[in-house]
Design a protein around this ligand. Structure first.
Ligand SMILES: C[S@@+](CC[C@H](N)C(=O)[O-])C[C@H]1O[C@@H](n2cnc3c(N)ncnc32)[C@H](O)[C@@H]1O
Length: 212
């Protein structure tokens, strides 16, 4: 995927060229956890957490229970807390990232799990599931959508960023059409070409699905 578009920053080059090996990905994030916030927010001008928090705050009331999938160090949780959300759980592969997230004090519960597999949360329990920065090159493809929908309430939302070059190439579009055909979830919003990193010419889509 890295040869499909050009990024200069060494961190992004490394992230987007990961080959899908889950253990390697987990180790990289464990090692990166302590400097992740500074490297992404200051170094890259990363906007993913603010994009999803803004959308979810427009769609559901602040009392809604939220699951932050691929929560990393908790940047999304912090953005949600700033908007008044107080019942936010998080899940991530990397224990190092989760340890940093716990330190922010904005999550009710944090679990280490792979979002491409059935999750350790009650089915049909969250009013919204959010996911920033994880549906992206070298990370998680559309196979991560169904486990997240499984823990959302009927009528609940999945609000996620998808890296622009990953949308077609990893099959997000096709998978979402299939969800609509099966009457599992419907695409209710798809904002293309959103600025994702201010320091690199990289955009994302901000996509909202509603579970049937
Ligand atoms: C670019 S970071 C985004 C973190 C956070 N959402 C943010 O916006 O700052 C990607 C995160 O996804 C996690 N991740 C990658 N693959 C995953 C998977 N299959 N299941 C759960 N988490 C995963 C990584 O450990 C990492 O914390």
């Amino acid at each position: 995927m890295s040869e499909q578009f050009s990024v200069q920053h060494p961190i992004l080059k490394r992230m987007y060229s990961l080959d899908g090996d889950v253990e390697q990905r987990t180790g990289i994030y464990d090692d990166w956890a302590v400097s992740y916030d500074e490297d992404t927010i200051e170094g890259l001008g990363y906007l993913g957490p603010a994009l999803v928090a803004e959308r979810v705050a427009d769609i559901v009331p602040a009392r809604t229970p939220i699951l932050d999938a691929g929560c990393g160090t908790g940047l999304v949780g912090a953005e949600l807390a700033r908007r008044g959300f107080s019942t936010v759980d998080g899940v991530d592969l990397s224990q190092g990232m989760l340890d940093v997230a716990r330190g922010k004090g904005v999550y009710r519960r944090l679990e280490q799990a792979d979002i491409t597999r059935p999750l350790p949360f009650d089915p049909d329990s969250y009013g919204a599931v959010v996911c920033a920065g994880t549906f992206t090159a070298g990370h998680v493809g559309p196979e991560g959508i169904d486990p997240l929908l499984a823990v959302a309430r009927h009528g609940g939302h999945l609000v996620m960023t998808v890296l622009t070059p990953a949308w077609e190439r990893m099959g997000f579009h096709r998978h979402i059409e299939e969800l609509a055909r099966r009457e599992t979830a419907r695409l209710i919003e798809d904002r293309a070409d959103q600025t994702y990193h201010t320091q690199e010419p990289v955009t994302c889509r901000v996509v909202v699905l509603r579970k049937a």
